[in-house]
Design a protein around this ligand. Sequence first.
Ligand code: NI
Length: 177
Amino acid sequence: MALLNILQYPDPRLRTVARPIVEIDARIKTLARDMAETMYAAPGIGLAATQVNVHERLIVVDITEDHSDLRILINPERLEHSPQTKLVQEGCLSVPGMYDEIERPDWVRIRAINLDGQSIEFEAQGLLSVCVQHEMDHLDGRVFVDYLSRLKQSRIQQKLIKAQRQPTDSLEQPTRL
Ligand code: NI
């Protein structure tokens, strides 16, 4: 088990379109476990392989507080989505400290492959729906701030670039939500 380094926006590597996973080997299983550990430690409710600089179609999601519903989704696809949309406040481990409301379909039907190589399908609503759509966007090189106005995007970029330039204190890490 290992904690992985999370790329920070506007790192251009976050723009990489991930390729499908063809074989669920030991490397992929280790990656999935390390991603889950990294997500829980952050703490966060979702993480895409893109964010840890692995450009393969794998996301991990767990919206519960007690870490009881970990979903490891390989090659996830959106089969269906509701015509109704909802505005929900989002944040991202790659965009620390920044939150804004994003409009997305209220529910989605997802198909993916699990770590055992089985095809699974489920419907997601509410926070799970938001989270899965957000993470799947990462696999296509999209970050939630892309949905915001140009002005908001440049403000966020400036703030984060400034924060990333400041020398980090090895003893006191900033709290990341
Ligand atoms: Ni994110």
